[in-house]
Ligand binder design. Structure first.
Ligand code: BTN
Length: 249
């Protein structure tokens, strides 16, 4: 998909910041190199998908943003990133992760991690993978609940969120190292590898789902990474940016 040496160099850690994605974007705009990783012990304005906020008690989560630069062919990046998060989590804790399309990471039906990718695409007329195209980039944000005690989640998340552990959890530093390595592998993977990896971890397959505009049964992803849904009117392909999904059964 994309060629890059790896992630984690340079590494900027903030004890507290507004949002690691916001920090990484500012650094990207001032010319930071691909591979940069920004982490924080705490965020005051953590960003989630679709305008939501992201909460994590201080010191208990991996709050992570990596700079992918140049962007390359990023069509399947939203599917590749949660696969990296799954592998990293499975490396540091005895969990089995699945992905709720497009990029939530679940363990036993609860959300363990979320991904927020913010991009600056190549300028019009420039080839996505043109050599020297340093103007295009993606900030890959991931929030992984590493050692969040269940009671520390806000009441509305207590039934739906989970963490890698609260008794003897792995360290946030180990999770960081594992994610740097896994992201290096998955951002270099071929489209076939990403699609195969995603299909093996597809949490929605066969489940009844609804979105603002319809309902149906999730039937996997097409080769462009769209979610296929069987509805009464036929099969529909949903784009990640377009819909807010809920899972019915
Ligand atoms: C989601 O599931 O809605 C995506 C959540 C992404 C949260 C992470 S935490 C680190 C990075 N910085 C942010 O402001 N957001 C992402």
């Amino acid at each position: 998909m994309i060629a890059l040496a790896g992630f984690g160099r340079p590494h900027r850690h903030y004890r507290r910041t507004d949002s690691t994605n916001a920090r990484a974007k500012t650094l990207a705009e001032s010319g930071a190199p691909g591979g940069l990783v920004v982490t924080a012990g705490e965020q005051s304005a953590g960003r989630g998908r679709q305008g939501r906020s992201w909460f994590a008690p201080p010191g208990t989560a991996l709050l992570y943003s990596a700079l992918l630069r140049p962007l390359g062919d990023a069509g399947l990046l939203p599917l590749a990133v949660p696969l990296a998060v799954c592998e990293a989590c499975e490396e540091v804790a005895p969990v089995r992760c699945v992905v709720k399309w497009p990029n939530d990471v679940w363990v036993e039906g609860r959300k363990l991690a979320g991904v927020l990718i913010e991009t600056r695409p190549p300028a019009p007329g420039r080839e996505a993978e043109e050599a020297g195209d340093d103007e295009s980039w993606a900030v890959i944000g991931a929030g992984v609940n590493v050692a969040v005690p269940l009671g520390a989640f806000p009441p509305e998340l207590r039934e739906t969120a989970t963490s890698l552990g609260s008794g003897e959890p792995p360290s946030v530093a180990d999770a960081l190292e594992a994610l740097n390595a896994a992201l290096g592998r998955w951002t270099r993977a071929s489209d076939d590898e990403v699609l195969t990896g995603f299909r093996a971890r597809d949490a929605l397959h066969g489940r009844s789902i609804a979105w603002d505009g319809g309902e149906g049964t999730a039937a996997g992803v097409d080769d462009a990474g769209h979610l296929l849904v069987e509805t009464e009117a036929g099969t529909r392909a949903l784009g990640a940016g377009e819909v807010h999904l809920s899972v019915r059964s």
